[in-house]
Structure formats: C-alpha cells, structure tokens
Design a protein around this ligand. Structure first.
Ligand SMILES: C[S@@+](CC[C@H](N)C(=O)[O-])C[C@H]1O[C@@H](n2cnc3c(N)ncnc32)[C@H](O)[C@@H]1O
Length: 345
C-alpha cells in the first residue's frame, strides 16, 4: 500500500508555531505524517490529540506514532464533534489545531473502500464505514434531479445532467468501475489527462461524508478551543472547501460582520482571529513534483485573539486566560503554573 505523504509539512509546522511542551489537535490524522512532525517539534513535553473518522486510519497512525507513547491520544470520531472530544479528554485550551481535509492516499489505495475508479470495488466511499449511506445507496435512490444537483454542487460538473440521466438509466450501479464507465459514456469518452469520472467521484464522496456540512461547525469549534495566540491551520484541496474556510476565517477576523450598507454596527460581532497569511500558501514546484497529489493544496493560517474578559470552561472549572495573556501563554513555565492553578481550583 502506498504511504501517505504529508502535504505542506514544513509550512504547517511553521504555521502552527509548534513549540516544545505545546498541546495540539490533529483533526484529520490520516497516516499520522503531520502528527509525527508536530510531536517531533513539540518535544519535550508536547501532547497531541489525533482524530479521524476512519477506524483504519486510527489503527495505522497509532502504529506509526507508537514511539511517542502517552504523548499521543487517538480518537475515532468525526471532527464535527471536536469540542466534545476535547472536553471529554480535558484537552483544552490548545496551542494549535490542524485540519488537512479530504481523503488520504491510504484510503485511495485501499481499493475495497470504493474511493478510486482505478480499482473495481463496491461503491462505498464512507470515511467511517460502520455507519451512514454508501455512494451506492445515493446513486441508486436519488432522483435524477437530486443526483444532478450533487454533481453540480459538489463536483462543479458541467455535464451533471447528462451524467445523472445515464446513471438513472443504468441502475442499479454497484461498483466503482461500473460508475466510471457510465460517466465516461455520458461524457462522450475520455478527453485530456483527467478521467471524466474524477468530478463525479469527488461529488459523491463529499455527499456521502457530509464534508461541507461539517466543516464550518468544526472550524468554529476549533477557534473556541484555541488558547491565546493559538494557531489554526487548514489545508483544503478544492475550491468548495477552501471557500468555506476563507469565509469563516475572514468573518472571525473582523469586529463587525454587518452588511456593507449598514452604517452603524448592529451585530456586535468581535474578532476572535488574526489572519497570519493573507495570501493562501500553496506547495512549491519541488513538492508538486515529489508528490503530485499536493498540487491543489491551499493552506490558511490564523491566530487566536483573546479579549480580556474571555474565559475557558473546562470540566466545570474556569481557565482565566487574561493571566496567560499578560504572562505569555507560550512560555512553558506559565503553562505549568496555569495547569497547577487549574488543578487546585
Ligand atoms: C488528507 S488525509 C490526512 C493526512 C494526514 N494529515 C497525514 O499526514 O497523514 C484526511 C483524513 O481526514 C479524515 N477525515 C476527513 N473528514 C473527516 C471528518 N469529518 N472527521 C474526521 N476525520 C475526517 C479522513 O478519513 C482522512 O484520513
């Protein structure tokens, strides 16, 4: 099985400002490549909470990160439950949170998961294959209009109507190769380097896993878990998810989000973030050459701002972060004092 090569690795470590003794959450653990780099740079004393909806990713990353012992805590869950996962494990506030969205090379290479049209397999595509509807369930039950909408919205597929019609005419569709052949026929064969089924597979994967629905909520939860000057790093691979990330980060870095025509602010919204990179970070040519799957990656980084009256609630206790703010949250001694204080509260 081909290993997953972590994308924009140095940029992520730098963007998260990983420091010894820091506490980090990797919301998309995958093969554990980013997690390992974060643990390396946060040593000694660093801690990492890794989350993945895919049970096999937890198993594989668990083996890869075994040498870090109890500095690592892995949870098999959807990141839409981020806040409750962090609370249940007393893992807040944190110094940094990473989202590296989409699917890993491990999942793509595992033919039986149904993510790839290169291998014949049942049309599944669930990150968590223990629950929820499969891609086969969707293609065999949705109306032609419903299918076309998914292909257009999540795949930005120009031929959404033709493909949806072909799918409906050829139901039941149960395997990856069957679906790929139907799409290829609807597209009138192959043109250029990109397989005509690429967008259809992307669209179905996004729909099956509710990828866009979960993202905004998870990002807002992440912002709430960051300590003063904590960093959020998000890597996206297509414009739909990047648009959501850009919008959330932009809104959360503004003091007012009233419509532009409003003369006096009525929303009362306060900025929780400062944008670290105004221009999106993309891989260098050398990385794309080494790892072609990185070519569409976009990295955005933001830093948590903290108002003087903000507090963290943790298992019924309060972390008062104004103290951390005045003493410098990034200093290990301060963090130790804070932990002592919390333990004795
Ligand atoms: C691009 S891979 C991450 C690779 C990882 N950064 C590495 O270095 O190996 C994305 C991972 O996120 C997981 N994932 C995607 N959406 C998720 C969600 N909503 N909740 C939890 N995990 C999710 C996928 O199962 C996949 O393993």
């Amino acid at each position: 099985m081909s290993a997953h090569i972590p994308v924009l690795l140095e940029e992520v470590v730098e963007g998260l400002a990983v420091q010894p003794g820091g506490r980090y959450i990797d919301c998309t653990l995958g093969g554990g490549g980013h997690a390992a780099a974060i643990l390396e740079h946060s040593s000694p004393g660093g801690q990492l909470l890794g989350i993945d909806a895919d049970r096999s990713a937890i198993g594989q990353a668990g083996a890869a990160l075994a040498s870090y012992g109890d500095s690592v805590l892995l949870v098999n869950d959807n990141f839409v439950n981020l806040e409750s996962i962090a609370r249940a494990n007393s893992f807040q506030p944190v110094h940094g949170i990473l989202f590296d969205l989409g699917l890993s090379s491990l999942q793509l290479a595992a033919g039986e998961r149904g993510f790839s049209f290169q291998k014949d397999a049942p049309l599944d595509m669930r990150f968590d294959n223990s629950k929820g509807k499969t891609a086969a369930d969707l293609v065999n039950s949705l109306s032609e209009n419903g299918l076309a909408r998914i292909l257009l919205e999540y795949g930005e597929e120009r031929l959404s109507r033709q493909i949806a019609r072909q799918i409906v005419q050829n139901r039941p569709v149960s395997t990856t190769l069957q679906l790929a052949a139907i799409v290829e026929k609807a597209a009138g064969g192959r043109h250029g380097k990109i397989h005509p089924a690429t967008r259809t597979f992307q669209a179905l994967r996004i729909a099956v896993n509710g990828e866009l629905d979960n993202l905004k909520s998870a990002l807002l939860q992440a912002i709430g878990l960051l300590g003063f000057e904590g960093r959020l790093a998000v890597i996206t691979y297509h414009s739909l998810e990047d648009r959501i990330v850009k919008q959330v980060l932009s809104e959360e870095s503004r003091d007012c989000i009233c419509p532009p025509e409003t003369l006096i602010c009525v929303c009362g919204h306060k900025a929780k973030l400062k944008l670290i990179n105004r221009k999106v970070i993309t891989p260098q040519a050398a990385e794309i050459k080494r790892n072609p799957r990185s070519r569409s990656a976009k990295l955005r980084i933001a830093e948590r701002l903290m108002k003087s009256n903000e507090k963290f609630v943790s298992i019924g206790r309060y972390y008062v972060l104004t103290e951390v703010k005045s003493s410098g949250w990034r200093k290990t001694s301060v963090r130790r004092n804070l932990q002592k204080e919390v333990l004795t509260m």
